[in-house]
Write a protein that binds this ligand. Structure first.
Ligand code: 26V
Length: 784
């Protein structure tokens, strides 16, 4: 798009939508008008891409979550228009950052799983790969977090209140979804996924649930107004809110409805288009379509697909199952037992009896196969057992490929968690180490570092081929380059400090070491271990004010699931530590502790570039991969972490010397199980005892909730499932190494720089290419 076209477009949309001129427009009006202008500019290429893809094999990403964040800045970068638009806005005295900040995050996900889906969308589009995302257009994304007196409070995330200029409603593609007790409309909203530096525009299609009839006129005429809109409300409920992963019974029923709603609408959409082009459904179907199941959430797609083929397309059950076995593939994102989905048979039977009958048939076919292979005890494999449907077993049995998301995670699946399945189907199992998109996580969020890299490498090609970052290695001893590199880090720290000052009123020292842990709050991620460490450090500094450490700022960001008491208790505990430490003048500002409110994608974009240390401290074996760890690395931040998930590969890629690895390894944790005595660690280590006791000895106030006592119990009475006590000393010793290393400015800069140079392999472009080549069998399809 040319400068004049952009200005004309903005003038036009401001006039028709708001009746104002650019000079008079409010920030959100500029945001909307600019977004619509850009959308108009790409719509022809978008249609062309859709057309072209329909002639080839396509893949579909089925995901209950997409954590997209903001669109405007990212799209401007992808279109190569960021600087041009910045300049145009400046001409009208408008700061582009202000316009970017006005956009609400599309926060339609809980954490890593949803953000991975978003990165994959970006990578597939950039690589011209025919991948379409299917999901749900929740009216409310993940809750907004507020702190009141240090406690987390949740507020509804009404992200659509000012509309969403980046989605287009496609009524013509509406589908009907049937439950036993209701029929609803699934209306698609398409969002363009603009590839970086390519003409291809891919599609993310999110379904909104609506009633088939807005309201019942008979009831309305009888003046029973509430009843008249009841059906509408029941339908709206289905896509009303993204459920946090810990929902209660009522939440669960709706979640199951959501899952079926998503897969039924998506499959009907795919099958309809297929039939329009190819006629009836035959075994050739799988040569044109591949469906990836993002965790087990969309697994009902398997029986729904078979149901449609058998009941509506006259395909025999056995043939339908055979086709399904070639179409679907499944990604596992966690080994935590409590996160593995199981649904009560009763619930499934009640909502969709025919789906239940089909699952029974699939289970029989599995049993037959196992028996024919000589298995006698098939209880672990069964899809239906103890009156529950085990979604993972259903997904694994029918999928052509099952993958983990980091090498260690895949190994654990193969060797332990899914070892029975691995022995049955060794060739199904694959590894696909996660990745992150370099567009959002470097090019957009760290434009200063991006400019330096482009200058040093002589081109912007690295944005599309991140392995080129290796070319920076020749500057690893170049003091001038290292200085500029670290000056940028300092600038990003200043920007973050300004933002935190403005938003939370807390003053940070950008000359201090920014030690950051940002991720969902969960016991296995061990934010509590970090908190204990900080408290211990504070006590040590208080006792010895001349202790030789650099000033350090500990930053946390995390949402705790609303029903997860212990996670919320940890939030409160950290906020209490912050209150104590930040208000103690006697430590001379050496330590600060900040828990930023409402951590989300757009906040991450400010935090990752500003970090000196990336905290990745999960109990070994528990974090499937992690992707935040990669975002830090790409922005030149050493990892302080356990050998867990992708940390293992990060340390391999950038060298153990350039990171800080501590704690028990997976095998050591396994060996400790059954023999672990928290009492021993506690009684032998008075510093550790002191920080643990602070939970119950009146040092901190939990507002009478008993939450801190409960945390204490989790460690001292319930066996410390996540081995915090066992890793405490190693943590401490390793953080001391960090402080020592940080003092040597040049060496520190080299560590940071080495992380950038070696981060290429963690591009989601690499990951998505592996899915394309090794699972989906789809090819680059660029439009002209
Ligand atoms: C769900 C639940 C639900 C019940 C309470 C405990 C619990 C714990 C975790 C989860 C999340 C399951 C799926 C998930 O988000 N996995 C994340 O996927 C990322 C992308 O592959 C990966 O990087 C993270 O390591 C993994 O936790």
């Amino acid at each position: 798009m040319k400068r004049q076209e952009i200005i004309k477009g903005m003038e036009k949309y401001l006039k028709v939508k708001y009746g104002v001129k650019i000079e008079e427009a409010k920030e959100y009006e500029i945001f909307n008008a600019l977004s619509l202008t850009l959308l108009e500019g790409i719509v022809d290429d978008w249609n062309k891409t859709t057309d072209e893809y329909s002639k080839h094999k396509k893949a579909y990403y089925f995901s209950a979550e997409y954590l997209m964040g903001r669109a405007l800045g990212n799209n401007l970068i992808s279109l190569g228009l960021y600087d041009e638009v910045k300049d145009i806005l400046e001409q009208y005295n408008i700061n582009i950052n202000k316009i970017e900040e006005i956009e609400e995050d599309a926060g339609l996900g809980n954490g890593g799983l949803g953000r991975l889906a978003a990165c994959f969308m970006d990578s597939a589009a950039t690589l011209d790969m025919p991948l379409t995302g299917y999901g749900i257009r929740y009216s409310n994304g993940l809750f907004n977090q507020k702190f009141v007196d240090g406690f987390q409070m949740e507020e509804a995330d009404n992200w659509l209140k000012y509309g969403d200029p980046w989605s287009v409603r496609k009524d013509r593609d509406t589908q009907i979804v049937e439950f036993s007790d209701m029929k609803v409309k699934a209306v698609p909203y398409d969002t363009p996924i603009i590839g970086y530096g390519t003409k291809n525009i891919n599609t993310l299609r999110l379904w909104k649930c609506e009633a088939i009839n807005e309201f019942d006129f008979n009831e309305f005429n009888d003046q029973k107004y509430d009843k008249a809109v009841k059906l509408k409300n029941r339908a709206d409920d289905i896509s009303r809110v993204l459920y946090p992963n810990d929902s209660n019974q009522e939440g669960k029923l709706l979640r199951l409805r959501q899952q079926y709603f998503l897969v039924s609408a998506s499959l009907k959409d795919i099958l309809k288009k297929h039939k329009e082009k190819n006629g009836e459904i035959t075994k050739e179907f799988s040569s044109l379509h591949a469906v990836q199941l993002n965790d087990t959430h969309p697994t009902l797609a398997i029986p729904e697909f078979i149901r449609i083929l058998v009941d509506e397309e006259n395909v025999k059950f056995e043939d339908a199952l055979e086709i399904a076995k070639k179409v679907f593939a499944y990604t596992n994102h966690t080994i935590l037992a409590e996160a593995l989905e199981k649904w009560d048979v009763k619930l499934i039977k009640k909502l969709f009896p025919r789906i239940h009958a089909i699952i029974v048939e699939i289970d029989k076919s599995l049993a037959k196969e196992l028996k024919s292979k000589g298995y006698t005890d098939i209880s672990d494999f069964k899809i239906i057992a103890n009156r529950q449907v085990r979604m993972a077993n259903l997904a694994i049995y029918v999928s052509s490929a099952v993958n983990g998301v980091a090498q260690l995670h895949t190994d654990i699946l193969k060797d332990t968690e899914l070892n029975n399945w691995y022995k049955l189907y060794p060739t199904k199992f694959q590894n696909k180490t996660n990745g992150i998109t370099p567009r959002r996580w470097l090019r957009l969020c760290n434009q200063e570092l991006s400019a330096l890299i482009t200058e040093l490498l002589g081109s912007e090609a690295w944005v599309k081929d991140l392995s080129l970052l290796e070319g920076l290695k020749k500057f690893e001893n170049d003091e001038k380059v290292l200085k500029r590199f670290m000056d940028i880090k300092h600038k990003k720290k200043e920007q973050l400090a300004d933002y935190i000052k403005e938003n939370h009123g807390i003053e940070l020292n950008p000359d201090s070491l920014f030690d950051i842990q940002i991720k969902r709050l969960h016991e296995y991620k061990r934010q509590l271990l970090n908190a204990f460490y900080i408290l211990d450090l504070y006590y040590r500094v208080k006792e010895n004010p001349s202790m030789d450490i650099p000033p350090v700022t500990f930053i946390f960001g995390a949402k705790a699931f609303p029903g997860y008491r212990r996670a919320k208790a940890i939030v409160k505990f950290i906020n209490e530590i912050g209150r104590m430490v930040n208000n103690d003048a006697s430590i001379n500002g050496k330590i600060k502790v900040v828990f930023v409110e409402n951590y989300r994608v757009s906040y991450g974009e400010k935090l990752f570039p500003a970090a000196d240390l990336s905290k990745q401290i999960s109990t070994a074996g528990k974090e499937a991969s992690g992707t935040g760890n990669m975002k830090f690395m790409l922005n030149g931040t050493p990892t302080f972490g356990t050998l867990d998930g992708a940390n293992v590969e990060i340390a391999q890629a950038s060298g153990e010397d350039n990171n800080f690895i501590f704690g028990l390894k997976v095998e050591e944790i396994e060996a400790l199980k059954g023999k672990y005595s928290t009492e021993e660690f506690y009684s032998k280590n008075k510093d550790l005892k002191k920080v643990i006791d602070s939970l119950i000895d009146g040092t901190f106030d939990d507002g009478g909730s008993g939450d801190f006592q409960d945390l204490y119990n989790s460690l001292m009475k319930e066996g410390d499932q996540y081995f915090l006590l066992a890793d405490f000393e190693s943590f401490k010793a390793t953080e001391d190494q960090v402080f020592a290393a940080y003092k040597d400015e040049k060496k520190w800069a080299q560590k940071c720089f080495a992380n950038v140079c070696n981060s290429g392999v963690f591009s989601s472009d690499r990951t998505i290419l592996q899915y394309c080549e090794e699972i989906w069998n789809i090819k680059k399809t660029p439009i002209k």
